[in-house]
Write a protein that binds this ligand. Structure first.
Ligand code: PLP
Length: 388
């Protein structure tokens, strides 16, 4: 028995599925194996120099050392509005329709505290980023999972949601381009979600973390491009993947003014906002010519092409993702996610993430992240070839 008992909400946390992988990883490492880590969704490429320079300059100004404003400095929210206008053609009121976040995970986790009462239901796709479900649970609400299946191009089938669930639902979390499946959604799908949410008075919550990581000239849309969507929901975006800034902790939510206000109210009672100097660096990133994104995608696309071509040559049936830096790989017939993950680690020194770690419908897949150089991917492919 622990000296101090955890609260029920911690006891309800799902078992940590990566514990066994971490154990095997340490064991393989101790054997002196050179590990190729394709497990974590964290860019290996550095933050562009001009963004670092903007931080260096901002941090010298003592004005940035004080408490930030709760909803984010006006200049940053205005830069977000300019970026949305330029990138998506969506007009935002920086005052009422934008809130600065300490990374989008923070905002996603806090949103249910603003809108859910205990016992309520939120909808979330599955497999998914775990924060939708855990934020919901911490607010005392429950998640109704919508499975993402290959036969539906990893889009949820809205016609499978019963009238009763739709009536109870408060928030609907979805994410395209998608982590972990790398699936993309078009405006037609977003329109169906917007209509569904409007009909059932549900707040649409789109996680748009990967809209800037796309290939072959494809430009993923914003949910807010759907006419009227801005009145029915919000969208989260983050500088983490877009500008290789995961460690900096800077993101934002945009959309329906009352939803933004509710999230802001929770935040103003819990945190005190993002460091102003980091917000200045964020402005430099958002106001830049965005050529750093083009260069980033060029590197990731080369890696993608190397990995996909190599996997296909080895007989894996896998398609090149149009966006994200993930490859969602079906496991060989008769081998489950956990077993395939262990096999790759123990026999090839390759770390992947088991698909079922993101939710039960992810069983039968592993997720590979394009977070190592091309030569390391070639080494991984050579090891796979030796495995047979
Ligand atoms: C990486 C990621 C984020 C971004 O998280 P930050 O807290 O902004 O670093 C959000 N959603 C998904 C699905 C992600 O994979």
């Amino acid at each position: 028995m622990p000296v101090f008992e955890f609260a029920e909400r911690l006891k309800q946390l799902p078992p940590y599925l990566f514990k066994e992988i971490d154990r095997v990883k340490d064991e393989v490492k101790a054997r002196g194996v050179d590990i190729i880590d394709l497990g974590v969704g964290d860019p290996d490429l550095p933050t562009p120099d001009f963004i670092i320079a903007a931080l260096q300059q901002a941090v010298l100004d003592p004005g940035t050392h004080r408490y930030p404003s709760y909803s984010g400095m006006n200049d940053f929210r205005e830069a977000v509005a300019r970026w949305y206008q330029c990138r998506f053609g969506v007009t935002l009121d920086p005052e009422r329709e934008v809130v600065t976040l300490i990374g989008s995970k923070e905002g996603i986790a806090h949103l249910p505290l603003a809108f859910n009462n205990p016992g309520e239901v939120n909808l979330a796709t599955s497999p998914a980023y775990p924060v939708y479900h855990i934020g919901t649970m911490f607010a005392g609400a429950q998640t109704h999972f919508l499975p993402l299946l290959a036969e539906n191009s990893f889009l949820p089938d809205l016609t499978q949601i019963s009238g009763e669930v739709a009536r109870q639902a408060k928030l609907f979390f979805f994410n395209y381009p998608n982590n972990p499946t790398a699936a993309v959604a078009d405006l037609d799908f977003f329109t169906r979600v917007a209509d569904f949410c409007r009909e059932h008075h549900i707040i649409a919550v789109h996680d748009a973390a990967y809209t800037e990581m796309a290939y072959d000239g494809y430009r993923p849309p914003s949910f807010l491009q759907v006419p009227g969507a801005k009145e029915g929901g919000i969208e989260f975006h983050s500088l983490s993947k877009t500008y290789n800034m995961t460690g900096w902790r800077l993101g934002f939510a945009v959309g329906q003014a009352d939803v933004i206000e509710g999230l802001g109210k929770i935040k103003s009672n819990i945190d005190s906002g993002a460091f102003n100097a980091i917000q200045y660096a964020g402005i430099a990133a958002l106001d830049s010519d965005q050529s750093c994104i083009v260069e980033n995608c060029r590197i990731l696309q080369e890696r993608r092409d190397t990995l996909i071509a190599g996997l296909q040559k080895l007989g894996y049936r896998v398609e090149a993702p149009k966006a994200t830096f993930y490859v969602w790989l079906a496991t060989p017939t008769g081998i489950g996610s956990a077993q395939f993950t262990s096999l790759l680690l123990e026999q090839a020194g390759i770390v992947t993430t088991p698909g079922n770690g993101f939710g039960a419908p992810g069983e039968g897949y592993v997720r590979l992240a394009l977070t190592v150089s091309r030569s390391r991917l070639e080494e991984a492919l050579a090891r796979l070839a030796r495995l047979g």
